[in-house]
Write a protein that binds this ligand. Structure first.
Ligand code: GLN
Length: 502
């Protein structure tokens, strides 16, 4: 029996009180994130120790390629989401994206520099089709007003982080024991597993009629003599060498230039929209833009985990016998799994007592927590041994604190964006929201370049690098704490701007 007030999609099969399709999407996304984060855990060290090992600016090159990859992998979701909405539908988009990503991971298992950039590019294009559509698919399983939707998304976020937790451990272990390419290969197998789950869901008809193309006519419509359903995958594949070229020309850093232009264009467009809105809508949209801006800042510090923090872990953290530097990438997801339910219960409890802090306060606290987490890393130098190695506990505590910050901001922000944006630009604002992760990687690139260590010595680290990192972390802590304090200071004003949106 279902609770009173639950609106169900009666035509779709149910399981554990949720649409059965959720569990197929859960496992498909779990395995996709397994491949994504398994690969990400290896990426920076692989570049420093293999791809760029012969050049002294290898940290700089790695910082730029990592940032460009991260920016493009999130920016492509904006395009993938639009193409799915207008032409392909979610099912075909997810298949197309999943197949491209799986090929990308397998190409990474080939030992060659050309293969490396082509592989990253395949993942960029593939993720663009996969990631936004699998998330939208979750939403589509519930009818509007279904009270189970939020808990459906919480379950789904768990899947993401189970993948993000297990993959760095396994891929990191394989890479360290048998070689990098085994680690990358396992990521590819993970992606295939994700596709199989999705495919079996379709075979078992658990998705009902969801995720089909918006119009069969448009789907089949011929452009240049080729049906759109075939033309889009062809164009997607044609983009792969172009993106590979952009990624490989790190000296020119074209991607950074492109993102400066996109950022400018988005701001101009938003300015134009705001100008044409009435006062109330303008205030709300302004708030949505602010929320996205703070989220960008937060991810900009958070996403350092795969780059500078992984290098710090490999060069200055005493990991002896605990885990490898790649494996430390599992810690964030581990804490999310542990903390997600307690924190959502906390919001529920506070709500009941009318004490649930409003969004601006949560965002201010989230940035303060990010600052505190980097502060912990910045003082770790005081406990370093004579070889410049700091105790692992600092890294563990850092990840614990920043993960709480993530839970204060990320799940809250998404739903607020939908509430605050004018109806006709909600889809555009969703794109801007995803772009916030893309821009965050430009912050990651900037910081990682500042903290680059010029050396071709494979064993560089210890006392030579410790203060570079701890001084850098100190500055990041100050910026993040400062930003958090400003947000808290202006929270009463922001509260007014948000009107009745909590
Ligand atoms: N960890 C989350 C995911 O992988 C969010 C990452 C992000 O948006 N930067 O889906």
């Amino acid at each position: 029996m279902l609770d009173k007030g639950v609106i169900t999609t009666t035509e779709d099969p149910q399981m554990f009180g949720h649409p059965k399709g959720l569990f197929y999407l859960f496992f498909a996304e779990l395995w996709e994130r397994f491949s994504f984060y398994g690969m990400r855990a290896l990426l920076t060290l692989y570049m420093v120790q293999e791809i760029f090992k012969a050049i002294a600016e290898r940290d700089t090159a790695t910082a730029i390629v990592y940032a460009s990859y991260g920016s493009l992998v999130y920016a492509s979701t904006v395009i993938g989401g639009q193409i799915s909405d207008k032409i392909l539908g979610m099912r075909s988009s997810i298949f197309l994206g999943g197949i491209l990503m799986a090929i990308g991971h397998f190409v990474l298992a080939i030992e060659s520099d050309v293969a490396f950039f082509l592989a990253l590019s395949l993942i960029v294009v593939g993720n663009g089709f996969f990631k936004p559509n699998i998330s939208t698919f979750v939403g589509a399983l519930y009818k509007e007003g279904d009270v189970r939707k939020d808990s459906g998304f919480t379950i789904f976020y768990m899947g993401i982080n189970i993948g993000g937790f297990v993959a760095p451990l396994l891929c990191g272990w394989l890479a360290a024991t048998y070689g990098w390419h085994y680690g990358f290969g396992l990521a590819g197998i993970g992606m295939l597993a994700g596709l199989i789950f999705f495919w079996s869901g379709i075979k078992k008809n658990v998705f009902g009629d969801k995720g089909m193309p918006p119009s069969q006519e448009i789907y089949e419509k011929r452009v240049l003599g080729i049906p759109q359903k075939t033309l889009i995958p062809i164009i997607a594949v044609l983009f792969v060498p172009v993106i590979a070229y952009l990624l490989s020309s790190w000296q020119q850093n074209y991607v950074s230039g492109i993102f400066k232009f996109i950022g400018f264009a988005v701001l101009v467009y938003l300015g134009y929209i705001m100008y044409s809105l009435d006062v109330v809508a303008r205030k709300k949209l302004f708030m949505a833009v602010l929320i996205t801006f703070f989220m960008t800042l937060f991810w900009g510090f958070h996403e350092l985990s795969g780059s500078v923090i992984t290098l710090f872990a490999s060069r200055n953290v005493d990991l002896d016998g605990i885990m490898t530097a790649s494996q430390t990438n599992a810690l964030n997801s581990m804490f999310i799994i542990i903390l997600a339910i307690p924190i959502s219960l906390l919001w529920g409890y506070l709500s009941k007592n009318k004490l649930n802090p409003r969004t601006p306060y949560k965002f201010g606290l989230g940035l303060l927590l990010a600052g505190a987490s980097f502060y912990i890393l910045s003082i770790s130098g005081a406990s370093a041994d004579e070889n410049g190695m700091v105790p692992f506990a600092y890294l563990l505590v850092m990840y614990f604190i920043i993960s709480i910050g993530e839970l204060f901001m990320s799940p809250v922000g998404l739903s607020k964006i939908t509430d605050l944006s004018p109806r006709n630009i909600v889809a555009f604002m969703m794109g801007v929201w995803f772009l916030s992760s893309a821009f965050a990687f430009q912050i990651v690139g900037f910081i990682s370049e500042q903290l680059a260590i010029e050396s071709t010595d494979a064993n560089v680290g210890g006392l030579d690098t410790l203060s570079v990192y701890t001084d850098g972390f100190h500055l990041i802590a100050l910026y993040s704490l400062g930003a958090g304090a400003i947000v808290l200071l202006f929270s009463p004003l922001m509260k007014k701007l948000m009107g009745n949106v909590h």
